[in-house]
Design a protein around this ligand. Structure first.
Ligand SMILES: [Zn+2]
Length: 196
């Protein structure tokens, strides 16, 4: 099993083994297999829609940013990404889902995968070594300070976990949650003390 599949299993889900195309329908099929009849509380559309869908549409002729997408590969030459990278989302969501189920309040996905041209766009202004370039992080939208503190407290228990190698950016209305990204484990943001 891959490192990400191990993490998915650790948090009570099973990594899909079927091959899915790098399309919105393919991502939804993957999520359905991951859910295995239970509620995931997220849809492919939400996962694949970035913060600026109009910029994605302009660059790639699709508002949905999905690893392995043909129209993205044509523009960015991002041939290294494939639909197997859906596992990177699944591992992060598997970590978040127990909190989501216990807490009850919705968690929204603000960003997941950000290909090169989109990430570098002046209005997106993503970091040069952003975890999102490799689909290794999700920006999770939270409702208010109490919701943020509850999620931060949940994540804090895994902060030094060797297997997860978490990267956590704690902002006011969102938390960046990355697993095993190339830049490695780290913590930042105006509310970083909440995950200490
Ligand atoms: Zn982020």
């Amino acid at each position: 099993m891959s490192e990400h599949a191990n993490i998915i299993a650790r948090f009570g889900l099973r990594a899909p083994t079927s091959c899915y195309p790098a399309t919105l329908a393919g991502l939804q099929g993957y999520l359905d297999e991951l859910a295995d009849g239970a509620g995931l509380h997220v849809t492919a559309k939400e996962v694949a829609t970035p913060y600026h869908p109009e910029i994605a549409e302009k660059l790639y002729a699709t508002p949905f940013l999905i690893p392995g997408s043909e129209s993205i590969a044509i523009v960015d030459g991002d041939a290294a990404m494939t639909s197997w990278d859906f596992e990177r989302f699944a591992a992060i969501w598997a970590l978040l889902l127990p909190f989501r189920r216990e807490d009850g309040r919705p968690l929204s996905v603000i960003n997941w995968f950000r290909p090169d041209s989109y990430n570098a766009h002046p209005r997106v202004d993503g970091a040069k070594r952003s975890d999102h370039l490799t689909a290794d992080a999700i920006d999770v939208g939270i409702r208010d300070a109490s919701h943020r503190k509850a999620l931060a407290k949940y994540l804090a228990q895994y902060r030094k976990d060797e297997e997860l190698q978490l990267s956590l950016g704690v902002y006011t209305t969102r938390i960046h949650v990355g697993i095993r990204s190339p830049a490695g484990a780290r913590v930042w943001g105006p509310n970083k003390r909440e995950v200490a």
